[in-house]
Design a protein around this ligand. Structure first.
Ligand code: PHE
Length: 357
């Protein structure tokens, strides 16, 4: 994939401004969490939710200590405007700007990652980020180890409070994790309807990140970030991530700021129509490139793309993918999907170098 690699479908999403729609479930959830912070820590946290989506490679990766050779740094995984700027892959890219003037903040925004296609994955989603920093001296602490202990304690307490506010009285557990920009790094899991759900990533800021933010060496603190859709799918009972982007009244009319966290009542599902695509692989083949091409042709009608077959013959590799098409607001006709499939068969060889079978 050459740079730039931002398709027209992605450009369309950039203007949606979901988090500014007051009666959208993601906004309702965002506000609920912000209100929680205001209630528990009055006047401490500042919220910012309108940063531009285009950020520098420096802020998104380099200053966060994400190494050059990490897959997220490649155009297979990330949308690049040019070699120095990307569509933010996480809201953590904005921590540097916020850290200039704030000791505690929340950031909300849409983030972009090239990814697989199914009910839980979409190339764009929304994150909520939070961070808080202190100064060792002003707390009377004498070294960084004490700072780390303090931050870790505060972090867990803060996050457990948020999770309880949103999910209610549920079981939670902390798992060790890894992020280049925090040390230690942790993940919170919550037990939701009998299953452990990965809910959030967080940790104590790596000292070099705070240095890159221009902070002095006495500064320490914590940060967290998580996908709002993940939480919203559970608490509102929303079964498909594409619904968050839908303008269908049967979806949008169900939620309101006054009613808060309510359960979604599904409208009937229209039937799926699936088509298979089989081809010989070129020397280099990246699944995300295929997903993008399918998305370009089928848009939000594409519900899922799955690999259903793979074999090798005389050194040549073949794969077959099944594309599930389903509309959320009408029945699709076989003929209209055939049109999409024909277009896909035209574009795929050209864009991906595959040989159709
Ligand atoms: N940015 C991380 C992600 O997108 C989440 C995170 C934020 C982890 C802040 C630690 C601290 O997965």
């Amino acid at each position: 994939m050459a740079i730039p690699n931002i398709s027209p479908k992605i450009y369309e999403l950039l203007g949606k401004k979901i988090l500014q729609r007051q009666n959208h479930p993601l906004t309702i959830l965002k506000n609920k969490i912000y209100e929680h912070f205001q209630k528990v820590y009055p006047g401490v946290f500042t919220m910012k939710d309108d940063f531009p989506q285009r950020v520098s490679v420096e802020d998104n990766f380099v200053k966060l200590l994400i190494p050059d050779d990490h897959p997220t740094r490649f155009p297979t995984d990330t949308y690049f405007f040019d070699k120095n700027t990307v569509l933010r892959t996480h809201t953590t890219a904005h921590d540097f700007e916020m850290l200039k003037n704030h000791n505690a903040f929340l950031i909300a925004g849409d983030v972009y990652r090239r990814d697989e296609i199914d009910a839980k994955h979409y190339p764009a989603f929304h994150q909520l980020e939070g961070a808080r920093i202190w100064n060792l001296e002003s707390l009377g602490l004498s070294n960084h180890n004490q700072g780390k202990e303090f931050a870790l304690y505060e972090l867990k307490k803060t996050i457990e409070g948020v999770a309880e506010e949103v999910f209610g009285d549920i079981e939670m557990r902390w798992i060790d994790a890894y992020f280049p920009f925090t040390e230690p790094s942790l993940e919170l899991e919550v037990k939701w309807q009998g299953e452990w759900l990965e809910a959030l990533g967080c940790g104590v800021y790596h000292p070099n990140v705070l240095k890159n933010a221009g902070k002095d060496s006495n500064t320490f603190g914590w940060a967290f970030g998580f996908g709002l859709e993940r939480w919203a799918m559970k608490v509102f009972d929303i079964p498909d991530i594409r619904l968050f982007w839908s303008d269908d009244k049967r979806f949008t009319s169900q939620f309101s700021a006054e009613k808060g966290l309510t359960k979604f009542v599904p409208f009937s599902k229209y039937p799926v129509c699936y088509k298979d695509l089989s081809f010989w692989l070129p020397e280099i083949f990246v699944e995300n490139d295929l997903f993008e091409v399918v998305r370009d042709v089928g848009g939000d009608l594409v519900e899922k793309v799955e690999k259903i077959d793979e074999f090798e013959k005389k050194g040549k590799k073949s794969r077959c993918y099944r594309i599930h098409y389903r509309s959320m607001d009408r029945s699709l006709s076989n003929e209209e999907i055939d049109v999409l499939q024909v277009r896909l068969r035209e574009i795929a060889p050209e864009k991906l170098g595959v040989v159709l079978r």
